[in-house]
Ligand binder design. Structure first.
Ligand code: NAP
Length: 287
């Protein structure tokens, strides 16, 4: 299926390259043109002048942009190039309501929308081993599966449009708790004067093992926070989780504490660092 990618950032860029390797990539577009030019030059795919041109060129459009308003702006820009039978699949993290709004905007023209949020970080995007939570018609998701297999090790159909994003919200709440636990525990271990490489090695084989400990623990203890998932993006996701919980009358304590700490990291100029930079605040608490 001729596939185009819109949004060639930390996640979308490697996803486009994996689609190329699997023989699916037909076109790319990115707001900052240089990123699209680089991928078009590397893969030989078409460099679309705008989202509508990309949509005309492709049967399946994959989007990977920052936030809710960005997705809806891209959806509006795609509309003139879409027609019945085409699919738009969004891998960004946005609210379930925004996913449903995107589907509503496509509906009159007959193109189908599926929400396809992912977990697994930039490493998962590079290796094509993401976990993908799909919302939308089962028939449309099944049609997209051969392409999605180039991006994700597992694609689970969760239900109607929006249910992929609701599942991703579950993931983001868990990530908040895990990054809290790891950053605090590693700062504590450093204050005990332990050999932190050994700490991570031994604990990584026990009950507290996790993806974040394995992939971010070693850089955290060296004070390196430049790879991966930006603080500002996780803050955006947690705001969505908080609103979804509030709509059901609940507050999320770990999420609220994490959001406050992220805001102070952003004030200190660390909003573009990986979420493991929470370790900065934890480390500063110890003498
Ligand atoms: P990123 O590196 O900041 O890339 C964001 C991309 O969105 C860029 O290509 C950017 O274009 C584009 N964009 C932003 N606003 C736009 C707009 N209004 N119109 C058109 N394009 C726009 O972010 P990322 O880490 O790839 O994350 C992308 C999405 O995936 C986010 O929703 C994030 O929450 C989610 N996600 C990230 C990770 C992760 O580990 N990084 C994991 C899972 C999910 P420019 O190049 O012009 O800025």
């Amino acid at each position: 299926m001729k596939t185009g990618v819109i949004g060639l950032g930390a996640m979308g860029g490697p996803m486009a390259l994996n689609l190329h390797r699997a023989g699916h990539l037909a076109a790319v577009w990115n707001r900052t043109r240089a990123k699209a030019e680089a991928i078009a030059a590397e893969t030989g795919c078409a460099l679309a002048a705008d989202p509508a041109e990309l949509a005309r060129h492709c049967e399946f459009v994959i989007t990977c942009v920052s936030a809710d308003e960005d997705l809806l702006a891209v959806i509006d820009a795609l509309l003139p190039g879409l027609e019945a039978g085409k699919i738009v699949g969004d891998t960004s993290t946005v609210s379930a309501d925004t996913a449903r709004e995107a589907a509503r905007r496509l509906q009159p023209g007959g193109a189908a929308f599926i929400d396809l949020p992912v977990s697994g970080g930039v490493e998962g995007a590079r290796k094509g081993t993401l976990a993908m939570m799909a919302g939308g018609s089962a028939e449309v998701v099944d049609r997209a599966r051969p392409v999605l297999a180039a991006l994700a090790a597992r694609v689970v159909h969760m239900g109607p449009v929006g249910s992929g994003q609701a599942t991703k919200a579950v993931n983001q709440i868990m990530v908040a708790g895990i990054v809290q636990g790891i950053s605090e525990a590693l700062a504590f271990g450093q204050a005990q004067g332990l050999d932190m490489d050994k700490v991570i090695e031994v604990i990584g084989g026990g009950a507290a093992a996790s993806w974040l400990l394995q992939h971010r623990g070693p850089t955290m203890v060296r004070g390196e926070y430049d790879v991966g998932f930006k603080v500002a993006l996780h803050l955006k996701d947690l705001r969505i989780c908080q609103e979804m919980a509030a709509a059901k009358g609940a507050t999320l304590e770990t999420v609220a504490a994490t959001m406050e700490q992220y805001r102070s990291l952003i004030e200190q100029g660390h909003g573009d660092e990986d979420i493991s930079s929470l370790h900065r605040l934890k480390r500063a608490q110890f003498r």
